[in-house]
Structure formats: structure tokens, C-alpha cells
Write a protein that binds this ligand. Structure first.
Ligand code: NAI
Length: 280
């Protein structure tokens, strides 16, 4: 999409973090905005004055876990604009903890917000996006959509899913003028970690020095829409980690094996003890 000025964009999870920064930068580019979130108070703070524009954005209060609410939000959007040019599936939630300790509700929450909601929004809006000569979908995945760590299985499932979903849509609709990007940031300094569900007491907030800013993520998002980029890794950590994962996939297996106490017992403590015993 060469020219984004004057286009109509729906941004989910716009009340805070990356979604908020994307909304602010799109507003500066002259894009008309529909902002969706379940956090009504914070969403409504993102008004015309905060965005530095004349016309009020359309605020859609919607819990993305609920399919009926998604359908209502889409109906409201279409009544308002009769179409849409850009869909940014950004809203997300995280979980940190052992997979076997996850409840059914926790699985449903992560899958619902991070994966099923983007699929449903895309399903409902595709006819309108395809009716435009140029349109674009951005799915906010993560570096965790390309490499897996421990204790985040549900999150990985959704982020890997979004990468596959994006690539399949891109292949299917390349000829129709629909661009699709999967955006894969490393750690970003937002409220995601403090709002995260966790089954452990461990501090999950990554240190500031490995985090990028949500403003930087937003600027790369707009560039990706303009250039119709397939995948965008945001930040040095995402680029490095995903590169290593591609060229040396076994390294991550070895790393996680190293952290297993049995591994230490069998491969390190036992041989050292044998050595000491044999010398005495
Ligand atoms: P955030 O917590 O600041 O923003 C998430 C937004 O989604 C919030 O405004 C929240 O109210 C909204 N949301 C959550 N559940 C919702 C629901 N049921 N219905 C409607 N809205 C809901 O977090 P952040 O970091 O801005 O996350 C945005 C996206 O970026 C997420 O998809 C996340 O997975 C992804 N991401 C974040 C990274 C990070 O380090 N912060 C790294 C890589 C990807």
C-alpha cells in the first residue's frame, strides 16, 4: 500500500502499549481510526485531542474472547465506514507457567484473544478488505512465533499460529491487492508482563536493556504496510534469536536440556564423582 493517508484502519488492543503507539502514528499519517479494546476507560482516553486529529476516532468496546461482541463491533464499524482498508490484529495476552498447570479457562483466554479473535475479525472483514484495490492486514505475532521457550506453550501456539495464518493469507490473496504482514517483535517495554497470568512467583518482566519501545514497533509497522513486507523482526534480540534458531535449531534443545537437574546429575555430577572416587 503505497499511500496510507486517508485510509481506514481498525486497531485492536489500542488502549495501551504497541496498539496505542500504532494508533498514534497512524493518526499522524492521516489514517482514519477505529480503535478496539475491552478496557473502556483507557481506550476512551485515546480521543481526537490525544491523537492530535480533528475527527474523533471510532471507539469499539469489545471483549475479544466473545464472538458475539466481535460480530457487534464489526457491524458497528461497517455501519460507520461501509468498508475498511487496514486491519491490525494487535491485542494479546500472555501466560507464563507450566503447561500442565494451566486450566481450561486459561487456555481459552490465550487462544481466544491471541488467535481465534484475529481469525474471526479477518473472516468477517475479508470481503470488505478484498473489495478495496489495496488493503493490508498486520498480525502482531512475536519472536515467540518462530522459536519456543519453556513455560509459554499457549502463547507460542498462538504466535506460531499467527505466522502461519499470515503467510497462508498472503499466498492466497497476493493477486487481489491484499498485503499481509506478521510482525515479530522481541521484548517490548509495555504492560504485557504485568498483566500476564502466571502460575509462578518468578519475576517475568524482562530487563529494560533487552526491550525495544512500542514507538519503534509502531514505526516499523507503518513501514511494513507501505512496503507490504511479509515478516518483520523488530529489535536486535528478535533478529538474532530467530537467525540462530534458523541456522542452528538444535542449540535451543541443548540449552533447555542443560537446565534439567537430571542432566546435571547424569552428565556432570556423576562423572565428577566417579573421577574423584577412582583417584582416591
Ligand atoms: P499491552 O498489555 O500493553 O496491550 C495489550 C492490549 O490488548 C491492551 O490494551 C489490552 O486491554 C488488550 N486486550 C487484552 N485482552 C483483551 C480482550 N479480551 N479484548 C480486547 N482487548 C484486549 O501489551 P503489548 O505489549 O502492547 O501487546 C500487544 C501485542 O504485542 C500482543 O499481541 C503481544 O503478544 C505482542 N507482543 C508483545 C511483546 C512485548 O514484549 N510486549 C513482544 C512481542 C509481541
Amino acid at each position: 500500500m503505497r499511500r496510507i493517508h486517508g485510509k481506514r484502519a481498525l486497531v485492536t488492543g489500542a488502549a495501551s502499549g504497541i496498539g496505542r503507539s500504532i494508533a498514534m502514528q497512524l493518526a499522524r499519517e492521516g489514517v482514519h481510526l477505529a480503535l478496539l479494546d475491552h478496557n473502556e476507560v483507557e481506550l476512551k482516553q485515546l480521543d481526537a485531542k490525544a491523537l492530535g486529529i480533528d475527527a474523533e476516532p471510532l471507539h469499539l468496546i469489545c471483549d475479544l474472547r466473545d464472538r458475539e461482541q466481535i460480530q457487534e463491533a464489526v457491524q458497528q464499524l461497517i455501519r460507520h465506514w461501509q468498508g475498511v482498508d487496514i486491519l491490525i490484529n494487535n491485542a494479546g495476552v500472555a501466560y507464563y507457567g507450566s503447561t500442565h498447570a494451566m486450566s481450561q479457562d486459561e487456555w481459552q483466554q490465550i487462544l481466544g484473544v491471541n488467535l481465534l479473535a484475529p481469525v474471526e475479525l479477518t473472516r468477517l472483514l475479508l470481503p470488505y478488505l478484498l473489495a478495496e484495490p489495496e488493503a493490508h492486514i498486520v498480525n502482531v505475532s512475536s519472536m515467540y512465533g518462530h522459536l519456543a521457550t519453556n513455560r509459554s506453550t499457549a502463547y507460542h501456539l498462538t504466535k506460531f499460529g499467527l505466522v502461519g495464518f499470515s503467510e497462508a493469507l498472503r499466498a492466497e490473496y497476493a493477486r487481489s491487492g491484499l498485503g499481509v504482514t506478521s510482525l515479530c517483535p522481541g521484548f517490548v517495554a509495555t504492560g504485557l508482563f504485568s498483566s500476564m497470568t502466571s502460575s509462578t512467583d518468578r519475576e517475568a518482566q524482562p530487563p529494560a536493556w533487552i526491550c525495544t519501545s512500542s514507538e519503534y514497533v509502531a514505526s516499523l509497522t507503518i513501514r511494513a504496510i507501505r512496503r507490504n513486507q511479509r515478516t518483520v523482526f523488530v529489535g536486535w534480540l528478535a533478529r538474532l534469536a530467530c537467525f540462530v534458531r534458523r541456522v542452528w535449531p538444535g542449540l535451543f534443545d541443548q540449552f533447555y536440556r542443560l537446565r534439567r537437574p537430571e542432566f546435571f546429575k547424569r552428565r556432570i555430577f556423576a562423572p565428577v564423582r566417579q573421577l574423584i572416587d577412582s583417584r582416591s
